[in-house]
Design a binder for this molecule. Structure first.
Ligand SMILES: *Cc1c(COP(=O)(O)O)cnc(C)c1O
Length: 405
């Protein structure tokens, strides 16, 4: 049978309603364990001689449906669900790396990924280096005898720097390395790294895949053999498994992924046009900007430029914080990919743990704000943002005046 388009597979997949009383939506098997018909059946299930569920940490029908769905959407062989994006990152990396082995990581990866890499280096001797991954030579020059994995995030938060996946995969193949891609910022709708030859794709499903800001979850997709290895070791034994209800919410969220992503991207494109002309905005970083340094690469590897916009306001930390305090509808919060437009200040929030000098070296300034463009009317988003920008010096004086009263 011919594979249907992604928009259709988000909704239909291979869910078999006949096995579930014709229930239109997949049921939630909210159970910890599964009963056996007989002692012999229990023995056969544990021995692997008979397929069937045993205990929800080892497998659950609702979670299974989601795993099959994400594997299908990323065009991979098998999928695996985790309690969080970080459970996926840590379980996958622990399965791929041993003591004294080495991983090369794209600079500026998610903060907790950075923290996890430090932890396994300090405690278990798994080595890592952060590199720019700007060119084949830049990567090749850093590969050592013990290097096993290239770990990539693209676009990188909040600078929106992209990494050329095709190029990274070419270098990896030449050197017999595995490529892991954190695809959270794109979702499978905008970017499919496995189709370019990556080995494993990871998602924080908390973001665009869930899409409604109501669940913390992670996913991984890769070759059947590797995924089953993770399932039987670093997932099962460390235990960061997904709850059935979370899987149910994500199956529901995925149905609208294409519609939501189209709207996130459309709103972001319109908002970018407005933000860039505002006199109090110093700089806007958005992959859909024709002047964006990696505009061609964005066009090549992403279906659309995404729903995130980073911009710098005139002034510094004080002005950035005042702007946030003037917003009414736009919510000040970390995370991204929700229906609500969210804004955060990387220097004091997501990237606060990075020493100032290093952070500035990464291009993350004190006046930088990151906007996760939501699904509201773009007019209302702009009205809120512009009224905040239009406040005289973001109301510094007004606030001071009321304070001294
Ligand atoms: C949020 C995020 C993570 C971590 O996911 P959690 O679900 O919060 O554990 C990892 N990578 C990226 C790019 C993220 O944005």
């Amino acid at each position: 049978m011919e594979k249907k388009e992604l928009e259709t597979r988000l909704i239909h997949g291979d869910y078999d309603r006949e096995k579930h009383y014709g229930s239109l939506t997949p049921p939630m098997y909210q159970t910890s364990t599964f009963t056996f018909d007989s002692a012999e059946q229990g023995e056969a299930r544990f021995a692997g001689d008979e397929s069937g569920y045993i205990y929800s940490r080892l497998g659950n029908p609702t979670v299974d449906m989601l795993e099959k769905k994400i594997a299908d959407l990323e065009d991979g062989e098998a999928g695996l669900a985790f309690a969080s994006g970080m459970a996926a990152v840590s379980s996958v990396l622990l399965a791929l790396l041993k003591t004294k082995e080495h991983v090369l990581v794209s600079e500026g990866v998610y903060g907790c990924t950075y923290g996890f890499l430090q932890l396994i280096e300090d405690r278990y001797g798994v080595e890592h280096h952060f590199i720019s991954m700007d060119s084949e030579e830049a990567i090749q020059g850093q590969i050592r005898d013990n290097t096993k994995v290239l770990y990539v995030e693209t676009p990188i938060n909040p600078t929106m720097k992209l990494i050329d996946l095709e190029m990274v995969i070419r270098v990896a193949k030449k050197n017999g390395l595995k490529v892991v891609v954190d695809n959270t910022f794109c979702s499978p709708y905008l970017q499919q790294p496995l189709n370019l030859g990556a080995d494993v794709v990871i998602h924080s499903a908390t973001k665009y895949i869930g899409g409604h800001g109501d669940v913390i979850a992670g996913l991984a997709v890769g070759k059947e053999e590797f995924i089953q290895e993770v399932r039987g070791t670093t997932l099962k034994d460390i235990g960061g498994v997904m709850a059935p209800f979370d899987a149910w919410l994500l199956i529901r969220g995925l149905k609208t992924l294409s519609v939501r992503m189209d709207r996130h991207c459309e709103n972001a494109a319109k908002l970018y046009e407005k933000i860039k002309t505002h006199p109090k905005v110093k700089r806007v970083v958005y992959p859909g900007d024709p002047d964006f340094v990696q505009y061609d690469l964005a066009n090549k590897q992403m279906r659309q430029p995404g729903g995130l916009i980073t911009f710098e306001v005139e002034g510094g930390k004080v002005e950035a914080q005042k702007l946030l305090n003037q917003l009414n509808m736009i919510q000040v919060a970390v995370s991204l990919g929700d229906a609500e437009t969210l804004i955060q200040h990387p220097a004091t929030m997501t990237h606060a743990v990075i020493p100032e000098e290093k952070r500035l070296g990464m291009g993350i300034t004190d006046s930088m704000l990151r906007l996760s463009v939501g699904l509201e009317s773009v007019e209302d988003i702009w009205n809120d943002l512009s009224q905040a920008l239009n406040q005289e010096k973001y109301n510094v004086e007004k606030t001071l005046a009321t304070e001294t009263k």
